[in-house]
Design a protein. Structure first.
Length: 568
């Protein structure tokens, strides 16, 4: 890079002051008598004159302060806002307007400093145009200052969108021409490529080896190296945070969700610092700076969506942890479902707002969602069915977490009712998952909702048992079950001599047990069984066994029926 001796002396001006311009205007107007006075954009003359004047003043401040403009921050902010106000940046994403606007402004400024501008008196003023659309071009150029009839201020003149977009091309055609204006600092673009911010001493930069000052991708090589080192440090920091806050995957509770929330929240906090150091102190400029800001915006949207999602889930777990809510109750599952729906809604809101900020119009995004909604619905029919099934289960409450149910031959305890499926822990220990769309239409036997347990018993005694022994057997069983443990008064035990079978006599027994405690019920059944065995044995009452009698035709004890009685 061949710079004049005078230009090299002007390197003291510190390109870092241009980074101060990258700060968005904060409304600080210093000692201006009218701090709310709008920028004069009433004519091409006012726009061109004001643009050059404010740029000259900015670089005059930079020259006077040696690049450290911290003490002049209000004035620099005010001038930065006035400069951008004269550019039509309506086609640029809101988050990229500052960086792209300053880059275009610097190229446009250097271009205007090298061409022959007409006298101010020959540039149209406010009264030289009729109302409506109008434009003016600098003679012998395509640099245009024009009205925007489609804007909310149709009488306002701005450097046109095409002029702003082509500012770099205009400069490339005139960069070898001499200056035609007196300017406080020359070759500001070269300074921006090499110089850093106020945290990076100019003397340190000048002492770097020549190769580190070589321009690569529009930046000095030292900037790219510093940028790479910063990215590595941020990645190591986030990795360390992630490892320190790692929680067990199996335990979905407040601690788990908060632990998972810390890394994306730390990333959200680190991004503004990283962008500031990149664009303000390392002073990455041009397309690379715009790419850094765009990437940071994308990562911020993703991290913000993830934080919102986890925050909703954590809030649900905090409410469930209160004494009023049973962790395994249906209310707890309903809170979790509500948190997931809220997380989805808030996450989509973050995405829509973020998309609008990076240049995707919110209305366009919503329209796209509407157009694609049908396709998504068709592709996600099963998911939608499961979601509706979940809502039906939560409304009807046929079963709750912790209850034992039997469905399609599967017997087990409900562990979780999710948005898509119900998880059942079988009695053998295995876990089965059934889609909620299917659970909503199946017959579910809810063992956990029963108010008592019932036993039906058939006791068979031999066919040749005497009536007195049958009566004694009935009395024994009735005595055992009279006012038995777990009996409800309205449901006394039932004992009957019910059947005379070919090979046995049947005693039908039915009794109920309350409350429906499974293992207590089994213990009582065992006691009943043992007592029947003991007391039947004491009374010499036997149990019948299935028997089969086979008679052969040649058997002497077999006498066929008379012919008159045989079926014809």
């Amino acid at each position: 890079m061949n710079l004049s001796i005078g230009t090299q002396r002007r390197w003291r001006t510190r390109c870092g002051a241009w980074l101060v311009l990258a700060l968005l205007p904060l409304g600080v107007w210093g000692d201006e008598p009218h701090p709310l006075e709008p920028v004069d954009t009433s004519s091409p003359r006012a726009v061109l004159e004001g643009f050059l004047t404010d740029m000259d003043v900015v670089w005059g401040i930079i020259y006077a302060t040696g690049g450290d403009t911290r003490d002049k921050l209000p004035e620099v902010n005010m001038l930065a806002g006035r400069i951008l106000r004269r550019l039509d940046l309506s086609d640029v994403a809101p988050t990229a307007r500052a960086e792209e606007g300053y880059d275009s402004a610097s190229h446009l400024y250097e271009t205007l400093n090298r061409i022959n501008l007409p006298p101010l008196s020959e540039i149209p003023g406010a009264g030289d145009f009729p109302p409506g659309g109008a434009e003016w071009r600098i003679p012998h150029t395509e640099i245009t200052i024009m009205r925007r009839p489609d804007s909310d201020r149709p009488d306002e003149f701005l450097f046109s969108r095409s002029t702003v977009a082509r500012a770099n091309d205009f400069f490339a055609l005139v960069k070898k021409l001499p200056y035609t204006r007196d300017v406080p600092v020359e070759n500001i673009l070269d300074l921006r490529r090499i110089e850093g911010g106020w945290m990076v001493p100019s003397g340190l930069i000048r002492s770097l080896p020549g190769p580190l000052l070589t321009t690569v991708f529009g930046q000095a090589l030292w900037k790219l190296i510093a940028f790479a080192v910063m990215l590595i440090l941020i990645a190591l920091l986030l990795l360390g945070i992630q490892r320190l806050t790692r929680a067990p995957e199996s335990a979905l509770n407040v601690r788990t969700y908060v632990s998972r929330m810390i890394p994306p929240a730390a990333l959200l906090a680190a991004l503004p610092i990283a962008v500031y150091m990149t664009t303000e102190q390392i002073n990455i400029v041009g397309d690379l700076a715009q790419g850094v800001r765009f990437a940071a915006d994308i990562v911020s949207i993703i991290a913000g969506t993830w934080v919102v999602w986890l925050a909703c889930l954590a809030l649900a777990e905090i409410l469930i942890a209160t004494p009023r809510v049973n962790t395994n109750s249906l209310n707890a599952q309903l809170l979790r479902l509500t948190a997931r729906v809220a997380g989805i809604v808030l996450g989509l809101t973050v995405i829509f707002i973020g998309a609008n900020r990076i240049g995707l119009p919110l209305l366009g995004v919503l329209a796209g969602v509407g157009v694609g909604g049908l396709a998504i619905a068709l592709a996600a029919q099963d998911s939608l069915k499961n979601l509706l099934g979940s809502l039906m289960i939560f409304m009807d409450q046929p079963y709750r977490p912790g209850q034992r149910i039997i469905v399609e031959g599967q017997d087990g305890f409900v562990e979780q009712i999710g948005l898509r499926s119900t998880r059942i822990r079988q009695m053998g220990g295995s876990l089965i998952t059934i889609p909620n769309e299917k659970m909503a239409r199946l017959d579910v036997e809810n063992i956990g909702e029963r108010t008592f347990m019932r036993r039906v018993l058939n006791i068979r005694i031999p066919i040749n048992t005497a009536p007195e022994k049958m009566e004694r057997a009935l009395a024994i069983i009735t005595g055992l079950l009279e006012n038995h443990e777990g009996m409800k008064p309205e449901l006394p035990a039932r004992v009957f001599f019910s059947e005379i079978n070919p090979d046995s006599l049947n005693i039908f027994v039915m009794y109920w047990f309350h409350p429906p405690k499974r293992w207590k019920f089994f213990e009582f059944n065992q006691w009943v069984n043992l007592e029947i065995l003991r007391r039947f044995a004491a009374e010499d009452i036997e149990f019948a066994y299935p028997t089969t009698t086979t008679r052969l035709v040649g058997d002497e004890s077999f006498s066929p029926a008379p012919a008159s009685e045989q079926p014809g």
